[in-house]
Design a protein around this ligand. Sequence first.
Ligand SMILES: NC(=O)c1ccc[n+]([C@@H]2O[C@H](COP(=O)([O-])OP(=O)(O)OC[C@H]3O[C@@H](n4cnc5c(N)ncnc54)[C@H](O)[C@@H]3O)[C@@H](O)[C@H]2O)c1
Length: 268
Amino acid sequence: MNYEKFLEGRVALITGAGSSGFGREMAKSFASKGADIVINDINLEGLRETQEIILNEFNVEVLIVKADISNSIEVKEMADQVFKKFDNVFLLVNNAGIDSGLYTSLKTKEEIYDKVMAVNAKGAWNVTKFFFRRMKRQKQFKPIVGKIINIASCAGTDNGFNPFFGVYSASKATLIAFTKLWALELGSSNITVNAISPGVLLTPIYNNDPKLIKMLLKTRGVKLPIDRIGEAKDVADVALFLASPAADYITGQNVILDGGMTISINKL
Ligand SMILES: NC(=O)c1ccc[n+]([C@@H]2O[C@H](COP(=O)([O-])OP(=O)(O)OC[C@H]3O[C@@H](n4cnc5c(N)ncnc54)[C@H](O)[C@@H]3O)[C@@H](O)[C@H]2O)c1
């Protein structure tokens, strides 16, 4: 295999790729290894920007699909559009997500609970449901026929549950649970399923504002052992590793990507 372009002939679908956050950076990384790209978001303008950036830099195809992942009808239409253009989705990256504001779980309004769960948990489930059957049949790829990567969060892990993002934490814990369930359900079909759980990284979800991030870390008594704020490229690099043949025997895992944040909460 040509490792320089190990994703050539393979399609990567990334949800939530219409911002300058993780989605766009992952789409660029996969394109750099030869993947054709499907980018999804509810933000069409942002999707067009991502498409232009990729087409300027890489010689791959890019399909834009505007769809709300929390809406199963729109997700079905997305699957139809994708398979009209491409014959596979080797990589499915459930990245789209929203925050729940700075509320403890029990003080969160019902509308926020419903919206955050609908996007962060049900949205990833919706997308996976509409793609896994086709992924299973992609026998042209060996030994692994497809890979699913869920972008969860440290806030959804035992060491990182964050009372200030209560419902968000619960939604990401659900996504981590789905990661393990889908790894069990799809392993015998040679599909791997893993999660990446970033700490607090610089993206539009935190207004690209290092001061806001430092304040959030302070509220949790954290001093990052690796003394820098992480960036979208940190996530894209780990996603590329999970997409590569080097990770073919890894499934059901949640990779913590936080500069040591969760091991240091209230300890340094
Ligand atoms: N930035 C961080 O530090 C951090 C940490 C942990 C986890 N995460 C997670 O990483 C993922 C990406 O976050 P980001 O920081 O790049 O944020 P971002 O806000 O820049 O990107 C999220 C994208 O998802 C899109 N989106 C929202 N609702 C959608 C829907 N219903 N359907 C389709 N697209 C939708 C948004 O329009 C946006 O473009 C999210 O799931 C987030 O929860 C981020």
